[in-house]
Ligand binder design. Structure first.
Ligand SMILES: Cc1cc2nc3c(=O)[nH]c(=O)nc-3n(C[C@H](O)[C@H](O)[C@H](O)COP(=O)(O)O)c2cc1C
Length: 403
């Protein structure tokens, strides 16, 4: 779900070396379909030219608090009213101080004082400035008044020093902006637990048994739930994918870890989506040192069954529904007789919905051809689509099931 489409965003750029990153931000927001109006302080124009932003956004840059627009409207008042969000990136210590104390002697601070739109701040400054009690107090005032903050990172600073104060990267700022827009979404106040990735079962300290699940589907589902305003708990075995911004992440390795975590996390959850591919079997025992190939000509590993996570979820739902999610969605990945196996799983595990995928095509791919099966025996045979689009389709159905 693209929350930026047709949103009017005033992007305030202030006098920091990080102003160059605001060009990426303006470009990305424009590409996402937002109407981006850049406002700059005088100091900011020493770091990057208005021409850059005007080329990227195809809109004039706002620079003067005393300017009148077309039809003689007062520009900063007009943009304060039209904005769906004011995003200040980078936000200097000076601008934060002005905002905290209600100054309006530049176009950005004037818009901020007048607007009713959410304001998101992405500060950038030297560590000394960031840690100074004045900045701490100013930020406390601003966040207590309801402004949103995407904290700077620790790292290399323009002065050559290293420490906290480096502006968050554009992607992180976009994620934070999405999080702000999502807070009134259709799943606001709902808790959604999602699992992702294939589990790994240790044979010895070096070797594992696993499967080809990439976790991409689970991560796409987490992003979609976050865009709809849900509180998302993502239980994942994947290290390679970026953490969805705003999700509470729990890392697991084995199916037993996943089982323990899911049963704990699902209490009080509204929705559980099991997109992970848990290993069904694990070695009966794990060697405590690496098995050397010179020691044996062949190696037969005895495998035992792992606990059945969805089976246990079904048991809790039947015996103690107050402690189980209202909607449970499973996935089935099959090489043959997909729909028949999927229907059997849906019934055995008492699922509300099951997403059936053919494998190996689905594993690791960005696209998927899925069929949705429902408890009431309805089926939706979907066209091939990206995992992001499938996540949208799944959540549209989940929302119906929650009603
Ligand atoms: C090279 C250079 C880099 C600067 N970087 C920052 C910065 O990252 N953060 C900051 O708060 N001030 C920084 N400053 C100081 C601000 O530009 C200065 O405080 C200015 O008055 C801010 O004005 P503004 O908030 O109206 O944009 C920098 C100054 C220079 C010369």
């Amino acid at each position: 779900m693209n929350l930026f489409q047709n949103k009017t965003i005033v992007l305030g750029v202030t006098g920091s070396i990080a102003a160059y990153k605001a060009a990426t931000l303006a470009s990305r927001l424009h590409q996402l379909g937002a109407h981006v109006h850049v406002a700059m302080t005088d100091a900011a124009t020493h770091f990057i030219t208005p021409l850059t932003f005007e080329s990227l956004t195809h809109r004039r840059v706002l620079r003067d608090v005393l300017a009148l627009g077309a039809d003689s409207e007062i520009e900063h008042v007009s943009f304060a009213k039209r904005a769906d969000m004011v995003l200040i990136a980078p936000a200097t210590a000076n601008t934060l101080a002005k905002l905290a104390h209600g100054f309006t002697d530049d176009v950005i601070s004037a818009i901020c004082l007048d607007t009713r739109a959410p304001i998101l701040l992405a500060p950038a400054m030297e560590t000394g400035m960031w840690e100074n009690a004045a900045t701490r107090d100013n930020l406390k005032i601003l966040t207590q008044r309801g402004m949103f903050l995407v904290e700077p990172n620790a790292g290399h600073l323009a002065s050559g020093a290293s420490g906290k104060g480096r502006m968050a990267e554009p992607q992180e700022i976009l994620d934070a902006a999405r999080h702000v827009f999502a807070r009134d979404g259709s799943l606001a106040g709902k808790r959604v637990v999602i699992t992702a990735g294939g589990t790994r079962e240790a044979i010895d300290p070096v070797r594992v048994i696993s499967n080809h699940s990439s976790g991409k589907m689970g991560y796409a589902l987490a992003e979609e739930a976050l865009s709809r305003g849900a509180n998302v708990s993502l239980i994942t075995s994947v290290d390679e994918l970026p953490n969805p911004y705003g999700a509470e992440i729990t890392r697991v390795v084995s199916t037993q870890d996943l089982y323990d975590t899911v049963l704990g996390e699902m209490r009080g959850a509204d929705v559980l989506i099991m997109a992970a591919a848990p290993a069904d079997f694990r070695p009966a025992s794990m060697a405590d040192r690496k098995i050397k190939k010179e020691e044996m000509a062949e190696w037969n590993i005895e495998l035992i069954r792992n606990p059945d996570i969805l089976g246990e979820v079904a048991r809790v739902r039947a015996n103690d529904p107050a402690n189980a999610p209202r909607v449970v969605v499973g996935f089935a990945a099959e090489t043959n007789d997909l729909i028949q196996h999927a229907r059997g799983k849906l019934e055995r595990k008492n699922l509300d919905m099951l997403v059936a995928n053919p494998v190996p095509q689905t594993f690791g791919s960005d696209n998927v051809k899925a069929t949705l099966l429902f408890k009431n025996r309805n089926e939706m045979d979907l066209q091939p689509m990206t995992k992001e689009n499938l996540a949208e389709v799944i959540f549209a159905q989940v929302e119906k099931l929650l009603k």
